[in-house]
Design a protein around this ligand. Structure first.
Ligand code: NAD
Ligand code: 2YH
Length: 259
């Protein structure tokens, strides 16, 4: 399980603004509009209690403060609790939080205490990055390549299948490939095949996963993966539109999913 680092989250507001501009450029909708369309919800300054969690590898510098910046950006009314863990949860509820945001090393959740809805960051991140790629305005067909079929990639691939796209997928993990073929009906794809895609959704924790032969000129790579799976060299060579942001877009998807 890859953990975020304080460096990943530096200048999160700038990173989010840049990513929002990129989403508007490639889809003609901004992130709020994509979320509204995906979930049919909109925030109205709901109170969000952000609870730092010390278990496992402990507090990540910048994590809770970045969530505060992100929730403010999407028009929630948020606060970070002074205490962590169970005491922080109690403090958040006592202070009137309607939604709790908290993460340990395995799970990052949003729990809406007013309607009981709960969202998990991994599927919500997969769904929104996949949805954005599916809206690419320069797409030349309905073929989408998905790299990585894990906890983020599989729900993203499922979303694309449900939207009627032709999903080509690859993951070195054989059991995940089988699951995606039999449950979703995706087409297994060998990355050495000389087929070019105008839409690529990448959800791996590895660098340089995207080989040159799959890149169409001016394609979109939508990736929550950290580090980025597309090299700078290939991005420039193929004039690739790249969407990559470490926390905000997935968090927005989670929050809208529990409204
Ligand atoms: P995971 O371990 O469940 O899945 C990753 C999958 O990628 C694995 O199944 C692995 O076999 C596969 N993989 C590795 N190398 C590959 C390659 N070269 N080609 C194809 N597949 C390959 O991890 P996850 O929870 O799905 O997370 C994926 C990435 O997304 C991680 O980097 C994680 O940190 C990141 N993430 C980012 C955000 C965000 O908001 N940006 C949110 C959640 C997760
Ligand atoms: O970054 C993570 C894990 N990768 C889980 C997220 C699933 N995409 N967790 C953040 C841990 C935060 C820490 N406990 C804190 O500062 O509260």
């Amino acid at each position: 399980m890859a953990l975020l680092t304080p460096e990943d989250l530096e200048n999160i507001k700038k990173q989010l603004e840049r990513a929002d501009t990129a989403v508007s450029k490639v889809t003609r909708l901004n992130v709020k509009e994509v979320c509204k369309d995906l979930y049919g919800t909109s925030p109205h300054y709901e109170s969000v209690g952000i609870v730092p969690v010390t278990s496992g590898n402990g507090i990540i510098g910048n994590f809770s403060d970045s969530l505060k910046v992100i929730t403010d950006y999407f028009k929630f009314d948020s606060f970070v609790t002074e205490m962590p863990d169970v005491s922080g949860y109690y403090e958040a509820v006592e202070s009137g939080a309607e939604i709790i945001l908290m993460a340990d090393d395995n799970t990052f959740l949003a729990h809406n205490l007013t309607n009981g809805k709960i969202g998990n960051n991994q599927p919500c991140t997969g769904i929104i990055y996949a949805d954005i790629v599916s809206r690419y305005r320069n797409a030349d067909s309905k073929d989408v390549l998905v790299l990585g079929l894990g906890k983020v990639g599989f729900p993203g691939a499922e979303h694309l299948v449900n939207k009627g796209f032709n999903v080509y997928g690859c993951d070195p993990e054989k059991s995940l490939m089988k699951k995606a073929i039999f449950k979703l009906g995706i087409t297994p794809f060998d990355l050495k095949t000389p087929k070019k895609f105008s839409m690529i959704f990448e959800a791996t924790p590895c660098a340089d996963t995207i080989p040159e032969n799959v890149l169409a000129e001016k394609c979109l790579v939508s990736t929550p993966g950290i580090p980025c799976g597309l090299s700078r060299e290939l991005q420039e060579k193929y004039n690739v539109d790249l969407l990559m942001e470490p926390l905000g877009i997935g968090t927005a998807s989670m929050l809208y999913s529990v409204l």
